[in-house]
Design a protein around this ligand. Structure first.
Ligand code: ADP
Ligand code: MG
Ligand code: ZN
Length: 485
């Protein structure tokens, strides 16, 4: 990117709320039901219908507002946003305009290199989703109204984001917060989180905002980052060659890795917003607010700091372990069993997440119970098994789901700490490797490793390695001094 310029980005994010029923009727929000089966006269927009606002939608919106430090407006208004589009049978969408439910918040984006920045949130409002048009079956366009009336919140940032990477961090943080709150599943590929990116450029140091374009249709965080990189370069090229950026809406094409125009501002709609006469103002008084606040979980930043403080974990570990609520819960369940906090973190970050990533599964579906990881760590720490055997037991648990103690017993994996027995094995190995012993005695220290290897092999990895080393050294020293004497 040309160093003279600075990018200015504001994001509008739609999050689909995890309520059981729609925003203005009792129809199910369940995904994947047969087309047009989750419908009724209200969400189909029949004449004379009367919408009733879903209380949970208000509660979820307020919870989100609180999580990102917003003012919760005591009174907010549902408004009609008028436009004609076949996926919206009423001919208008019920949304919020002048008086949204939440305003003036912020969240902190950060990375592990010490970067952190406050991004202001202008507003959060409640609205209904539109239906889905299906274009790829036969020659007709089909309409599935199941999604009509599914509740959304729209989270609008101030133009405080200054690079595609910051946009990525912002979205990651938003997703983390909505999933911690349990108000949205955060799945961008499936459309439960949708992002429109507004972007302009200006000379560094300039305070005035440049003309912006809006990029739509990005269904992953990486695509948002890529699309913004592309669009910023495009705008710089235009300015550098003496042109002017035209305000317009653009579509990201992930197959071509480029952007195509959708509409220019001249065609932009005037939505003729007005308060919906069928819906009373939404009143969230102090009592209700306090009630909602009770269901506020510990948020990711706070949880991360607690992990660092109470479990003495490096910031890097805490960041990864709190990246999702489920993973953080998994960790906390492991350390209910063991006090070895760092070992618990290592097992999860290395062994557990390796499988989770390889198999592309959710931590919820990981086959080993957290308690069993805790027990495994205790078995190492109390000397029952060696670290090497623990890895073997981990693999066994993955397949069998058995408790580690059971596996240790069945496979006879208990660490050998019987001095006499180890002594006997060492004598055998020394007898069978006379020339190596000679080499060691003549000063080749490296041979020691070979001998230890032989002993471990003879005990199938079960001998306590510290004891093996100690006894072996003593023995060799005795042989040495007797041969010298
Ligand atoms: P519009 O009226 O075109 O929808 P808004 O003022 O409502 O524009 O802002 C929509 C989003 O665009 C917000 O996230 C805001 O931060 C962002 N935004 C507004 N102006 C600019 C700009 N010049 N450059 C980048 N982003 C902008
Ligand atoms: Mg707007
Ligand atoms: Zn309905």
């Amino acid at each position: 990117m040309n160093e003279k310029y600075e990018a200015v980005i504001g994001l509008e994010v739609h999050a689909q709320l995890l309520t059981d029923t729609k925003i203005f009727c009792g129809c199910s929000t369940k995904f994947g039901n047969p087309p047009n089966s989750n419908v009724c006269p209200v969400c189909l927009g029949h004449p004379g219908i009367l919408p009733v606002l879903n209380k949970r939608v208000v509660e979820f919106s307020v919870l989100m507002g609180m999580a990102v430090n917003c003012t919760i407006n005591k009174k907010s208004i549902m408004a009609r946003k008028n436009y004609f589009y076949p996926d919206l049978p009423k001919g208008y969408q019920i949304s919020q305009f002048e008086k949204p439910i939440c305003q003036n918040g912020y969240l902190i984006i950060d990375d592990n290199n010490g970067f952190s920045k406050k991004i202001r949130i202008r507003r959060i409002h409640m609205e209904e989703d539109a239906g889905k048009l299906v274009h790829d079956i036969g020659y007709e366009t089909l309409i599935d109204a199941n999604r009509c009336g599914v509740p959304l919140i729209e989270i609008v940032s101030e133009p405080d984001i200054n690079s595609p990477h910051e946009a990525y961090l912002y979205l990651t943080k938003l997703k983390q917060i909505v999933t911690y709150l349990g108000i949205c599943d955060g799945n961008m590929e499936e459309g439960s989180l949708r992002c429109d990116a507004n972007v302009s450029i200006r000379l560094k140091g300039d305070n005035k905002l440049g003309t912006k374009t809006e990029v739509k249709n990005m269904n992953s965080f990486r695509f948002v980052e890529k699309a913004l990189e592309y669009e910023i370069e495009r705008q710089i090229d235009i300015i550098e060659t003496g042109g002017k950026v035209v305000q317009q809406t653009l579509l990201w094409n992930p197959d071509l890795n480029k952007i195509t125009p959708m509409r220019t501002k001249e065609e932009a709609h005037d939505y003729r917003y007005f308060p919906d006469p069928d819906l009373v103002p939404v009143i969230v008084d102090e009592k209700w607010k306090a009630e909602i606040a009770k269901s506020m979980p510990e948020l990711p930043d706070k949880r991360k700091n607690r992990f660092i403080r109470d479990f003495n974990l490096p910031s890097y570990d805490a960041e990864i372990l709190t990246s999702s609520r489920e993973l953080a819960d998994y960790y906390e369940n492991v350390i209910k069993i063991t006090n070895n906090y760092k070992a618990a973190s290592n097992w999860i970050m290395v062994d557990v997440l390796k499988i989770v990533n390889e198999e592309k599964i959710d931590i919820k579906d990981f086959p080993i119970l957290p308690q069993n990881i805790g027990k495994l760590i205790n078995l190492i720490d109390n000397g029952t098994i060696s670290g090497k055997i623990a890895k073997e037991i981990f693999t066994d648990m993955l397949n069998s789901g058995n408790e580690p103690e059971k596996i240790v017993k069945e496979k006879n994996l208990i660490q050998i700490t019987d001095t006499d027995f180890i002594d006997k094995i060492i004598n055998e190995i020394l007898n069978n490797n006379k020339s190596q012993v000679e080499e060691y005695l003549s000063g080749k220290e490296k041979v020691l490793g070979f001998l230890v290897g032989q002993i471990m092999k003879a005990t199938k990895g079960k001998a306590n390695p510290q004891m093996v080393n100690e006894i072996l050294r003593n023995k060799l020293n005795t042989i040495k001094s007797s041969s010298e004497g």
